[in-house]
Design a protein around this ligand. Structure first.
Ligand code: NAD
Ligand code: AHE
Ligand code: ZN
Length: 375
């Protein structure tokens, strides 16, 4: 069949709208009509050429929602007409990682996913007979896409596609980082670096678990008002603080008789390795945990004095907020539908596919939180 898609033909170039060929679903695969897709910073990261796994040409996008329109042989868990959210972190429930119960990082199709192909090693997308790569196993910047059945979460049918697509990455990553990775609880203190599409969801996750003090840190002063909408109690712009941001944040979080300071949990939502260091070092001596969410480019490395870890701080990372997609995503959709979490105010722009490059411009200028393309 033919489908309209935004294609990244080469790195660091605007996406081009094209009508491409899409083969139908093979064994264990499903064909999904994407109704809406968010634009995540990670799409931009890969398009920029900074992603060591980046492949071109490719159809990016990994934050979608849509309807199953066909299924391949052997598919049992979903059927035509089901509403689904694609999962860049699948959940096969049979690989050693899924069975370990220690991680959400299902390994059953990770190798082929990283090579931009389906589990049988081939791509379903092509143009003029030439292969186009899948991206993160999702390629939601295409009106129709093919996914393995283990990489879709079935959701309730009354959930609006143009809002719940955001649960396909940003919402789940931010809230999941608090609940699944940090396992934060009532009364804790948290510091969130970078109040974009991910960081605001970390803020609302901290509010959800009953954190006492929620500090947001962003170099864009406009993010103060944004943070306050989602539970932030204090805002810090590093540009106003001078050279010792760590000392400033430690001072702000001094509690109890010993007045040591430092947050119970800190989160990097910037992808900047210097910020990651600051985030670790302003976590509490003895028990502070710093969770890396941001994705850093090829060649970037994190560093700190080992003393920071010797004195009881822990560095952690999280992908998709530690969520097991087929199990957890339908529940997060329920939370949204029940009003327990907010999504609508964060979707600042709704665009047509033809205008998808404007979504990236809005991200770069800091004007948008999330842009959503509606097909
Ligand atoms: P975004 O562009 O919407 O937000 C980034 C925010 O960081 C902006 O508000 C920006 O002003 C702020 N910022 C930039 N430099 C800063 C600095 N030095 N100090 C403080 N704030 C600073 O991006 P996003 O969509 O929220 O994504 C954030 C990061 O998370 C990206 O690196 C993205 O690739 C990554 N990500 C990771 C996962 C995962 O599973 N681990 C999932 C989604 C996104
Ligand atoms: N390809 C990059 C890694 C990118 C990365 O870490 N991606 C996150 C999801 S970001 C969503 O917006 C992830 O899921 N990581 C786990 C995995 O298996 O990729 C690189 O550096 O090579
Ligand atoms: Zn993402």
């Amino acid at each position: 069949m033919k489908t309209k898609a935004a294609v990244a033909f080469e790195k660091a170039k605007p996406l081009q709208i094209a009508t491409v060929d899409l083969e139908g679903p093979k064994t264990g695969e499903v064909l999904v009509e994407i109704k809406a897709t968010g634009i995540c910073h990670t799409d931009d990261f890969t398009i920029s050429g900074a992603d060591p796994e980046g492949l071109f040409p490719a159809i990016m996008g990994h934050e979608g929602a849509g309807v199953v329109v066909d299924v391949g042989p052997g598919v049992t868990s979903v059927r035509k007409g089901d509403h689904v959210i694609p999962l860049y972190t699948p959940e096969c429930r049979t690989c050693p990682s899924c069975l370990s119960r220690k991680t959400n990082l299902c390994t059953s199709i990770r190798a082929t996913q990283g090579q931009g192909v389906m589990p049988d090693g081939s791509s379903r997308f092509s143009l003029d007979g030439k292969k186009i790569h899948h991206y993160m196993g999702c390629s939601t910047f295409s009106n129709f896409t093919v996914l393995p059945e283990i990489a879709v979460a079935k959701i309730r049918e009354d959930a609006p596609f143009d809002k719940v697509c955001y649960i396909g990455c940003g919402v789940t990553t931010g809230i999941g980082a608090v609940i699944n990775t940090a396992k934060a609880g009532p009364g804790c203190t948290g510091i969130v670096f970078g109040l974009g599409g991910i960081g605001l969801n970390v803020l609302q996750g901290l509010r959800l678990v009953g954190a006492d003090m929620i500090i947001g840190v962003d170099t864009n002063p406009a993010k103060k008002a944004w943070g306050e909408k989602f539970g932030m109690t204090h805002f810090v712009n590093p540009k106003d603080v001078g050279s010792d941001l760590v000392a400033h944040l430690v001072n702000m979080t001094k509690r109890g008789a010993d007045q040591i300071g430092g947050a119970d949990y800190t989160f990097d939502c910037t992808g900047n390795v210097e910020v990651m260091r600051t985030a670790l070092e302003c976590s509490h001596r003895g028990w502070g945990e710093s969770i890396i969410i941001g994705v850093a480019g090829a060649g970037q490395e994190i560093k700190t004095r080992p003393f920071q870890l010797v004195t009881g701080r822990t560095w952690k990372g999280t992908a998709f907020g530690g969520a097991r997609g087929r199990t957890d995503v339908p529940k997060i959709v329920e939370w949204y539908m029940d009003g327990k979490i907010q999504i609508d105010p964060m979707i600042t722009h709704t665009l047509s596919l033809a205008d998808i490059n404007k979504g990236f411009d809005l991200m770069h200028s800091g004007e948008s939180i999330r842009s959503v393309v509606v097909f």
